[in-house]
Structure formats: structure tokens, C-alpha cells
Write a protein that binds this ligand. Sequence first.
Ligand code: G6P
Length: 367
Amino acid sequence: ESFDKEGYSHYMRKEIAEQPESIRRTLSGRLDTRFQTTHIGGLEMAARELLEIRRVKILGCGSAYIAGCVGAHLIEQLARVPAHAEPASEFRYRNPVIEQDTLYIAVSQSGETFDTLAAVQEVKRKGGRVLGIVNVVGSTIARECGRGIYLHSGPEIAVVSTKTFTSTAVAFALLAIHLGRIRDMSTAHGARLLKALEALPSQVEEILAMEPHIAKLAKELAPHESAYFVGRAAGYPVAMEGALKLKEISYIHAEAYPASELKHGPLALISPETPTVVIMPRDDLFPKNISTLEEIRARSGPIYAITHRGDPLPVAVNGVIEVPKSEPELDPLLLNIPLQLLAYHVALAKDRNIDQPRNLAKSVTVE
Ligand code: G6P
């Protein structure tokens, strides 16, 4: 793989387009269709040790932290092990309790982020077990952890993460299935998830083909000064990543909120000037998200819904992006893809420096 933009106007756009291939690489050799589980070579933990784990704590910064929030949902839902993500810097400064039966997971694309490295060292100093989910092979965090999952996404040049965010979520799915299959997950459920993972690359292609539609919606969003992104359960980290991406490259103020919390504050700011992007997969929480649309509509807020194909939404919205359906636990991966393109096209419309946003660096190797 070359460092060339290969005809794309920006590295970010190229890396968005590379996702079907980078997902395939993250999955490569790791799906065990004989036992309907996953095989993770770098884990180096026997089933016996993995069964001792009572909690999972995920540490990272920026998009790596948010990918960890997606990962926490995957582990909790698929393996039924309590899991939680926390920004690595917050973790290390609050003198955390390090527990023997907790599995600590450090997430870092570059493997060089100082705060994440320091958090790993703190866990190790206090005798905790830690593994890494890292893209760059042989990087400092990968070496410090000594075991874990490499993403194999290929080089990511744009300051903001796109393909490595997706691959990190895929790596968490692999881990969650592995942990789940030595616990309560049935062979049938394992089989459904493996099939869904294999389908992801072509489903991402389908979303990429919606780019002209997404670019049109981006033109509507571009003049606004502020935007909300809301979602529930695993839809909330999708909203967090969508908001982060938009603010990083377009400089529009974007804030993510759990949809259920709208009425506890943000509703005061909903008006025709403040659009809301609502992450609303057609799952058990869909009716709750319809109520959210009604709350926003009642205040004349513009609405952009990221959802699945199905019946027309019962509330008038300004734009809809429909992504293909996966297994419910994997839906967040696909719901995130249009938000990358949305942020990209808003930034393009505003003529921003997309690959190198002001004041940001690809990896922050200082405190
Ligand atoms: C910087 C980058 C972000 C990235 C974060 C963590 O803030 O601008 O895009 O998510 O670092 O980087 P890492 O290499 O540890 O994933």
C-alpha cells in the first residue's frame, strides 16, 4: 500500500473508501466457522484465564476511546461481562483501583499516544492484566501490552480516524464473540455473528455508494453553527463519533447526547438553527427514538435520521440515510459510516483543511 492519495482529493476520503478492504484484513484468519467462534492469535490467554475475567475496562483517547465505548457494548451484550470505556488520561489521574479479575484493554491506532501508554504502565505497575488493540505493528503501546489484537488496517494518514475506528470495532466484535462463546453464547448465535461480520465489507460498499445523497444533506448542514448528535445504548457512541468527526474537520460545534437526556437540558437549545442527527436503528429502542423525533420536531429543529430501511418514519424529517441491517450488536459499525461521509462533505463545503485540521495532531505523544 502506498502513501499516495491514489486519485482521491484527501487521505480521509481515500481511507473511508478503503474500509471494505481494511475490515477484511482485520477479519482475516480470525473467523472459526467450524466451532462458530473467533480465533485471535495475539490474545495469548487460555479459556481458563479468560473465564476468570469479571469486568472489562477499556482505555484510549479521542476516537480510540469512542471505539472503546462501542467495544464495551459489544462485550457486555455478546459475552455478558460488564464492560466500560474511559478516557485513558482521566483513568490514570484518578488513582484507579486495579483489580485482578478485570481485563484492561488499551486502544490506540498509532500505539504511541502518551496518555494511553501511561495508563497501560499504571495498570501494569499495579499488577493488572492488559492487552492492546493497536494498528501500528511494533509500536510502543503494542510492545508494552505484549499481547492483543492488531488491526492490520494499513497506514492511516489523515489526522482523523475513519478506517481504524471501524477496524477497532471489528476487533472488539472478534473479542466479544470469543469471550461469549466460552460463556453462554450458542453455536447458532455465533454462526449468525460470523456471517454478519463477513457481510460487513459489501454492506460498507453499499453505504459508500450513497455518497451523492449524503453530500446533498451535508450542504444543508454546512451553514449551521451548532449541531446535536443523539442515540441510545450502542447508538450513543455512534453519535459521539459523528459529533467528534464533524467538529474536528468542519469546526462546527457538535455535541453528542444520549437521546433520553435531551429533555434534561439540550431541548432548551433546539430551534430551526440547531439541527439534530438522530441515530435510530430499527431495533427494540426504535419506538423510543420516534418519541425523540417528536420532541425535536415540536421545537422546529431540523432532523437528519440515520436508520435502517423500512416503513417511512412517522415524523417529518429533513433527511434520512438508510444503512443495511446487520446483527443488532454490529449495527453501530454500519451506522457510523455515513457520519464519516457527512463530516467529510460538510468540511469540503466549508473548504476546511480536511487532512490536517487546525490545532490537531495524528498522534499526541506528549502529556
Ligand atoms: C489524536 C488524533 C485522534 C485520535 C487520538 C488517539 O487526538 O487526532 O484522531 O483518535 O489521537 O490516537 P491513537 O493513535 O491512540 O488511536
